[in-house]
Design a protein around this ligand. Structure first.
Ligand SMILES: NC(=O)c1ccc[n+]([C@@H]2O[C@H](COP(=O)([O-])OP(=O)(O)OC[C@H]3O[C@@H](n4cnc5c(N)ncnc54)[C@H](OP(=O)(O)O)[C@@H]3O)[C@@H](O)[C@H]2O)c1
Length: 275
């Protein structure tokens, strides 16, 4: 089985705020490697890929990928291995800030990394999968592809766009027996840490997005990706009950959702003024 775990090279690392460094790629690679897959690791930092390669101790072929040469890389992978059975789109760039404080250029970079990256690679691999009438495409996305959280506009927009694309693709690929899956975690963290003390700790906003959801461990995400692939699940939302409820509230009671989110912002501004 040939599997590609992808990272698309765009922008600078300084522009992204990282929560859990490279965690999912490492864990996914380990889980799939342990399951017997032959991995093609793609990313922009050769040293990291080599380190992961060494850790995996396998016949892995690390490739550094830039979005401008992505078709060539896909071609090289197909020439080398003949096919890709499972494509996992994991790379992402995060940014946090008020809409007016983020430049349009950075907005575009986020969109390139989180939307155009996965779709470029998917489109490059797809003809081969279609001709073989088999294959699995997984998008590691985020709950922010379903709900918009303040100060994450560019990230949320890119994740919404990616979900829209892969939802359409799923329907189109059914006749070719190619499965398309999205796995959307909330927060990923390697340990459970209590939230920092603060005045607006008690706000509903914090309650919704921090206090109750300390996040899932990267290993849990990797195992869920493995389960998604083996059971050909279409959509997985990895969320604790409260963020999960937020998704339903956003869908069925949007005005309530918007009011809760806005109250969180007001609470935050009040706290900042007080301190
Ligand atoms: N972390 C979370 O709390 C969380 C929550 C929900 C969903 N997710 C999703 O899960 C996936 C993996 O998350 P993660 O936290 O493990 O990711 P991450 O460590 O922030 O980044 C994953 C990979 O993306 C590549 N990358 C980072 N910045 C980049 C940039 N500016 N341009 C191009 N590539 C870049 C890096 O590859 P190189 O090392 O090769 O540079 C990195 O290995 C993402 O799709 C993310 O949206 C994460």
């Amino acid at each position: 089985m040939i599997m590609a775990v992808t990272e698309i090279c765009l922008g600078t690392k300084e522009e992204s705020s990282k929560v859990e460094n490279d965690a999912i790629r490492k864990k996914c690679s380990r889980v799939f490697h342990a399951g017997g897959a032959r991995l093609v690791l793609c990313g922009r930092t050769w040293e990291k890929l080599e380190a992961l390669y060494d850790a995996l101790i396998s016949v892995t072929d690390p490739s550094v990928v830039d979005i401008s040469c992505i078709r060539d890389v896909a071609k090289e992978i197909l020439n080398c291995y003949g096919c890709v059975d499972i494509l996992i789109n994991n790379a992402s760039m995060k940014v946090k800030g008020a809409v007016q404080s983020i430049s349009l250029e950075l907005d575009k970079k986020i969109m390139d990394a989180n939307y155009f990256g996965p779709i470029t690679l998917t489109k490059a691999i797809l003809p081969n999968m279609i001709s073989r009438r088999t294959g699995q495409i997984v998008l590691i996305n985020s709950i922010q592809g379903k709900i918009g959280i303040p100060f994450r506009a560019a990230y949320a927009a890119s994740k919404h766009a990616a979900v829209g694309f892969f939802d359409c693709l799923r329907a189109e690929m059914e006749e070719f027996d190619i499965s398309v899956s999205t796995v959307s975690p909330t927060f990923i963290c390697s340990y459970h840490r209590p939230p920092a003390p603060g005045n607006w700790e008690a706000s509903i906003w914090k309650f919704f997005f921090r206090k109750v959801s300390y996040g899932v461990h990267p290993v849990e995400v990797a195992e869920e990706v493995l389960a998604t692939v083996s059971r050909k699940k279409q959509e997985v939302l990895m969320a604790n009950p409260i963020p999960r409820a937020a998704v339903y509230i956003r869908t069925f009671f949007p005005e309530l959702f918007f009011a809760i989110v806005a109250s969180g912002i007001r609470e935050r501004l009040k706290t900042e003024e007080e301190s």
